[in-house]
Design a protein around this ligand. Structure first.
Ligand SMILES: Cc1cc2nc3c(=O)[nH]c(=O)nc-3n(C[C@H](O)[C@H](O)[C@H](O)COP(=O)(O)OP(=O)(O)OC[C@H]3O[C@@H](n4cnc5c(N)ncnc54)[C@H](O)[C@@H]3O)c2cc1C
Ligand SMILES: *[C@@H]1O[C@H](CO)[C@@H](O)[C@H](O)[C@H]1NC(C)=O
Ligand SMILES: *[C@@H]1O[C@H](CO)[C@@H](O)[C@H](O)[C@H]1NC(C)=O
Ligand SMILES: *[C@@H]1O[C@H](CO)[C@@H](O)[C@H](O)[C@H]1NC(C)=O
Ligand SMILES: *[C@@H]1O[C@H](CO)[C@@H](O)[C@H](O)[C@H]1NC(C)=O
Ligand SMILES: *[C@@H]1O[C@H](CO)[C@@H](O)[C@H](O)[C@H]1NC(C)=O
Length: 614
């Protein structure tokens, strides 16, 4: 969550001043960049579409069995040697509309006063280039998944072995004593995905902790939000280790590139799934078509066992619809021949709306981010520090502590609306502080003044949107409509969250540090519902957590869900979906942990050749 200095300027400056320029790893073997160079006559048991967290976990786990051959196809390029993907602080420079992004934009959002908002999705080996925040979420959310799907294997307790299997908790890069900041024994320590606490201090750290003591009843301290009970405010862990981003590619693919039974094809988009037969009256989809661009040659390959879609919550429903799998009416209106009527494909899209609330700070040293964006010498020195010793602010994404909070049951948000949370351990909203000016609206940072931004996100939204096709061209952008803030609960809950940020900022701990609401937020009358609501609608955008567009439901009837509890597609053969689209409901957390843990269990389900749900 950094600032908007120019990457190019920064690199030029840094590389000019730095004495030793590190040689970044070069492109590695076992990676194909051109489909025509794939080994002839090689047969693949599984073809996996998309190399984000889900596709990377599957490619790695399935090829642990030497006899299983896997082809992983990724639309974006190789991630190797890309400094912007390695330096955590540069996360904010990666999107929207940047090199490793699909560059999507939502349709106009009525709940946001008709604005459109950029809708980033990563397009590179490793998937969505996120802010690395790793939050397991609430026990109640997972137990609800088990209840909704009728499969106890998706419950919190049943998934614990998979959390342990995927995580590798490593010390923070500055080696500071973490006692009182985390409970190490509840984390895995031997998995592929490095996780650590932030390894550089921010000026707001001690004040956040002090405020949790001063306002304990509303903002209690939570020593480890990974316990299944995330409620309260505490230190946030992230998918970084040794000061560098640990993407799904770094964690799961790079270590297994030498496997002869795994081929990875980058720069190549899967454009369609092809029906290869019929079994027990159900269409079998084992063939994929792929191409490097709309004008390049089209290739076809057939999987011996299964095609697994892991293209993410936007592209998975897009690819299903392009292949004749989805709501029949929609397919017909586009001139696509329906093969399988699944009305829920592309539906139930849920995402977390985000609003930034700015406060002034008394001293420039309390605002690191604006100094970095205003002072290229300072930014360059920090990057140099990262390059030489992997230390400092560049090892952070811009935040170090997060709060997960519930709205009290007597609040008017619940007038006429049932509590949408999965239970009393699931938060309704998230609150955290960043030491600088940030704007969910995309407002450029002021050139004078110093800020801290209090971010609020609604994590139990009741608004639902959709993904659909604009065109039958697989290289065309799909229509993304998150339908943000379209329910009375969502606006009332965001209103509560903004006021909660003001209450948190009024703790004695912030005296002499914060100077009060600033920039646009200074104009808001926080006692007045209409004034807060207008602020929320004018400022909100997203924290980029779309899910549920091919959601999992109980076995059987294909109404209400797209996949079975074993992630096989309802009414089809040879086809599974493993990615953010299958989550039955949006987690009240940053979702990558849930997505990783789902993929880990999915790998075991696939290895044990389940797939008999009908
Ligand atoms: C800007 C941003 C910040 C975020 N911050 C956080 C965070 O801090 N913490 C957190 O928990 N979550 C965060 N997220 C969300 C998180 O990154 C995603 O939920 C997660 O990556 C989803 O994993 P996935 O495997 O479903 O899909 P993705 O990660 O989106 O991966 C899908 C992959 O499939 C590829 N693909 C798509 N279509 C095709 C096709 N037709 N052919 C071939 N390949 C294809 C894509 O290029 C992509 O690489 C963030 C997301 C964004 C965009
Ligand atoms: C892969 O695609 C990227 C852009 O996405 C391009 O810069 C690069 O040259 C391509 N690589 C190959 C080997 O085609
Ligand atoms: C997104 O925009 C950036 C910047 O213009 C560009 O480099 C990138 O290739 C675009 N992505 C796609 C999928 O076109
Ligand atoms: C931040 O900016 C202020 C104002 O320009 C300056 O006084 C201060 O020294 C800067 N701090 C750093 C670390 O560059
Ligand atoms: C810019 O940063 C450098 C290095 O930290 C510092 O010496 C200088 O005073 C800063 N300039 C301003 C205007 O803050
Ligand atoms: C809800 O209850 C709390 C504690 O009893 C009280 O302080 C608060 O004012 C109540 N809120 C509303 C909206 O009634």
């Amino acid at each position: 969550m950094g600032s908007k200095f120019s990457l190019e300027d920064l690199f030029t400056l840094t590389l000019a001043t730095i004495f030793v320029v590190q040689v970044l790893p070069q492109a590695r073997a076992a990676l194909f960049t051109d489909p025509s160079t794939l080994p002839n006559h090689k047969e693949y048991d599984y073809i996996i579409v998309g190399a984000g967290p889900s596709g990377s976990v599957l490619a790695s786990r399935l090829t642990e069995e030497a006899r299983t051959n896997v082809l992983l196809i990724e639309a974006g390029p190789n991630d190797a040697g890309q400094l912007s993907l390695e330096v955590p602080f540069l996360a904010s420079q990666l999107q929207p509309n940047m090199q490793f992004d699909w560059n999507y934009t939502t349709v106009p959002q009525a709940g946001l006063g008709g604005r459109t908002v950029p809708y980033s999705r990563g397009r590179v080996l490793g998937g969505s280039t996120n802010f690395m925040i790793y939050t397991r979420g609430s026990k109640d959310d997972f137990d609800n998944y088990a209840a909704l799907t009728g499969d106890d294997g998706w419950s919190w307790d049943a998934l614990q072995p998979y959390f342990s299997k995927l995580e590798n908790l490593v010390p923070p890069v500055d080696g500071h004593d973490t006692s009182g900041e985390i409970l190490p024994k509840i984390h895995g320590t031997s998995g592929p995905l490095k996780i650590s606490l932030p390894g550089a201090p921010l000026p707001s750290n001690s004040r956040v902790i002090q405020a949790t003591q001063e306002l304990r009843s509303e903002f209690p301290f939570n020593v480890d939000m990974s316990s299944g009970d995330p409620l309260g405010i505490g230190w946030s862990s992230g998918t970084f280790g040794g000061g560098a981003r640990v993407s799904a590619s770094v964690a799961y693919l790079q270590p297994v590139l030498g496997r002869r039974n795994l081929d990875i094809l980058v720069n190549t988009t899967v454009t369609k799934l092809i029906q290869t037969g019929t079994k027990d009256g159900q269409p079998v989809f084992r063939r994929v078509l792929f191409a490097q661009s709309g004008s390049a040659p089209i290739f076809a390959l057939k999987a011996r066992i299964e095609v697994i879609l892991a293209a993410g919550a936007i592209n998975t429903p897009q690819l299903l619809m392009l292949s004749g799998i989805g709501p029949v009416q929609v397919l017909r209106s586009l001139g696509i021949k329906p093969i399988l009527d699944l009305p829920d494909v592309g539906q139930h899209l849920a995402d977390h709306p985000l609003v930034t609330n700015q406060f002034g700070v008394a001293q420039s040293s309390d605002d690191i981010i604006d100094n970095i964006s205003r002072n290229a010498t300072f930014a360059s020195a920090l990057l140099e520090q990262w390059l030489i010793e992997r230390q400092g602010i560049m090892t952070l994404d811009g935040q170090t502590q997060i709060g997960w909070l519930r709205i009290p049951t007597n609040d008017s948000a619940f007038n006429g609306a049932p509590d949408p949370s999965a239970g009393r351990l699931s938060p309704h909203y998230e609150l955290f502080v960043v030491p600088g000016f940030m704007s969910s609206r995309g407002t450029p940072a002021p050139t004078t003044g110093f800020f801290n931004t209090f971010l609020t996100a609604l994590v139990t939204p009741t608004s639902r949107g959709s993904v659909t096709l604009a065109s039958v061209d697989p290289f065309a952008t799909p229509i993304v409509d998150p339908n943000f803030l379209s329910t009375p609960f969502d606006i009332a809950a965001m209103r509560f969250a903004v006021r909660s940020a003001v209450r948190f900022a009024s703790a004695p701990a912030w005296r002499g540090f914060l100077t009060g609401p600033a920039a646009g937020f200074a104009e808001v009358d926080t006692d007045d519902d209409d004034s807060v609501d207008a602020w929320v609608r004018a400022q909100a955008s997203t924290i980029f957590h779309p899910v549920s567009t091919a959601r999992m439901g109980k076995c059987g009837d294909a109404r209400g869900a797209v996949v079975n509890p074993d992630l096989t597609v309802k009414g089809a053969r040879g086809l599974r979906i493993v990615d953010a689209s299958v989550l039955p409901l949006i987690p009240a957390a940053h979702p990558q942990a849930a997505i990783y843990v789902f993929a880990e269990r999915a790998a075991d389900l696939i290895k044990s050749r389940t797939g008999s749900y009908k």
